[in-house]
Design a protein around this ligand. Structure first.
Ligand code: FAD
Length: 496
């Protein structure tokens, strides 16, 4: 847990198990602020990263400077992802100012290259507080900064209700995780926004921040259009990147989704079976505790609440917990030995359903049901929970080898889905590729890895019509490499 290496302001905090010291540097005698570097937890309230920084700042008599920067060159940077992130960042800034905190932004671009900005900001800080994220770019950036910065660096878990470090560290199965998590989760439901004792920082900065607060949607769109990123992939209207959209969804969750969730969640053709909160959770525009509060406040039976909370708290946090124990959660090597052995033994089996990556990306394969699913990723930047299971399992037989199937699943999730690049992405893909109970019988291509058809959606009353309608949606045309790009983090080095 490493709380013994934390300063008193953090060690005495009820949220201390969220925090870990990432280096053993000393705070300098003089500093301007405590730097709170947000990478993914883009919310101003119920944000333990900000709260940890405020506690440190109060103890040191310093203000907090919240910083969010967006590079042009992270993997899969596109209009879709950039626009969502910048919308979130804009509302983060507004919320911070209302909370009495200075928040500065930086949008990396050719005419405004601020090399090493985090290091330059850190050089004026007493300490750096950042996020403890176990996957994708945030994980590696945090490690690199902690290694190079001559300041104490603290990583704070903001993604989970129960910080993984507060649980036993030897949990091996979902059922055991559920039991342990259920036993303590209520202790972690409440939060308290720490109040800064110092006025917002308005001193010198090593750069001129981008003023997102004064930019309306058209200005953000224009900024995104000017960047050297993937412009083939447009933003999606279905998921507006605003806190107002989060609030609306929380209300819809309580009033529309929860009363029917237990029945409707297995039917992708029904609009009331999904809260559609995962993009907002991935980019931290809402934390799980705020969702739990909405669920607990809903006028529905405990059983109905329980089903939803099991998805949100058990499954989601299980994948976070697992990812933390892996060096590279994106890696095919995370699969259990037996599953890799089974898939390898059947790697040479004939694959009559093979498709090109181009057809897969555009949802233009010979399989209508699979196309319906992929059109959701391509056009909506999201896919319904129930059909994701079929989508990933079927992909195994549509690709030349299990390893390429894995790389393709990660690529499609990470490039197209707003909630991709997440511990839940790789944990669920691993589930589909055999990190789960074996199937009942051996099959070609899959061996003993469990197989799944489209029956769960086809058998629904509105299923066949929904599949046909979704599959027929015109695809947008995007560039596609011949093979899926290799995951940049497999090398265990930050590529950017
Ligand atoms: C192959 C595959 C790939 C997936 N990829 C992702 C991904 O990239 N990012 C992602 O966030 N989720 C992923 N999931 C999990 C799940 O499908 C999505 O979280 C869910 O569909 C999001 O929609 P929702 O918010 O409407 O979910 P709801 O049904 O409303 O569920 C509420 C919340 O519970 C959590 N949840 C539900 N099911 C799961 C699950 N199986 N695992 C973990 N958390 C869950 C999510 O946070 C979700 O927002 C994947 C599942 C599969 C089978």
């Amino acid at each position: 847990m490493m709380t013994d290496t934390l300063p008193k302001a953090l060690a005495d905090w009820r949220e201390a198990p969220r925090v870990r010291a990432m280096n053993d540097r000393e705070a300098p005698a003089k500093a301007d602020y405590v730097l709170c570097w947000l990478q993914q937890a883009l919310r101003a309230h119920d944000n333990p990263v900000i709260d940890a920084a405020v506690r440190l700042g109060n103890a040191m008599g310093l203000p907090v400077l919240v910083y969010h920067g967006l590079r042009e060159d992270y993997p899969y940077a596109s209009d879709r992802l950039h626009r969502f992130i910048l919308g979130a960042s804009r509302d983060l800034g507004k919320g911070c100012r209302q909370r009495g905190l200075a928040c500065v932004h930086y949008v990396d671009r050719s005419e405004k290259r601020e090399k090493g900005l985090v290091y330059r900001l850190a050089a004026r800080a007493a300490a750096v507080v950042l996020e403890d994220q176990p996957a994708f770019v945030a994980q590696w950036q945090a490690e690199r900064v902690a290694d190079k910065v001559d300041r104490p660096v603290y990583a704070v878990n903001a993604a989970c209700t129960v910080p993984p470090a507060a649980l036993a560290q030897d949990i091996r199965a979902t059922s055991a995780f559920r039991r342990r998590h259920e036993a303590v989760r209520e202790d972690w439901y409440d939060w308290h926004d720490e109040e800064p004792e110092r006025p917002p920082y308005d001193g010198a900065l090593p750069y001129t921040p981008d003023d997102l607060a004064t930019m309306d949607d058209a200005a953000l769109d224009a900024l995104v259009a000017s960047l050297a990123i993937d412009h083939d992939l447009p933003p999606v209207a279905r998921f507006p990147a605003t806190r107002a959209a989060v609030t609306e969804r929380l209300q819809r969750l309580a009033e529309v989704v929860l009363p029917r969730y237990a029945d409707a969640r297995g039917d992708a053709s029904r609009a009331d079976g999904a809260s559609e909160l995962s993009p907002y959770l991935h980019f931290g525009m809402v934390g799980p505790r705020e969702i739990v509060a909405a669920v607990r406040g809903a006028d529905v039976s405990a059983e109905k609440r329980g089903k939803y909370l099991d998805e949100l708290l058990t499954w989601r946090e299980w994948f976070h917990y697992k990812a933390r124990r892996m060096r590279v959660p994106e890696s095919y090597a995370r699969l259990p030995d037996w599953a890799r052995r089974e898939l390898a033994e059947h790697a040479q089996d004939e694959r009559p359903n093979r498709e090109t990556l181009h057809a897969l990306v555009h949802g233009e394969t010979d399989n209508e049901s699979w196309n319906a699913c992929q059109k959701q990723f391509l056009l909506d930047g999201w896919m319904h929970n129930n059909v994701r299971m079929f989508w990933a399992k079927w992909l195994i037989q549509m690709t030349p080898s299990p390893e390429e199937g894995w790389a393709t699943a990660c690529y499609l999730n990470d490039r197209f889905s707003l909630d991709g690049r997440d511990p839940s992405t790789y944990g669920n893909i691993a589930w589909a590729f055999g990190d789960s109970a074996p199937g009942y019988g051996r099959r070609p291509i899959y061996g003993l890895v469990a197989y799944r058809t489209d029956a769960s959606i086809r058998k629904q009353k509105g299923g066949p019509a929904w599949l046909a309608e979704q599959a027929a949606r015109p695809a947008i045309k995007v560039h596609v490499p011949r093979t899926p790009p290799k995951d940049p983090y497999l090398s265990e080095k930050v590529p950017i």
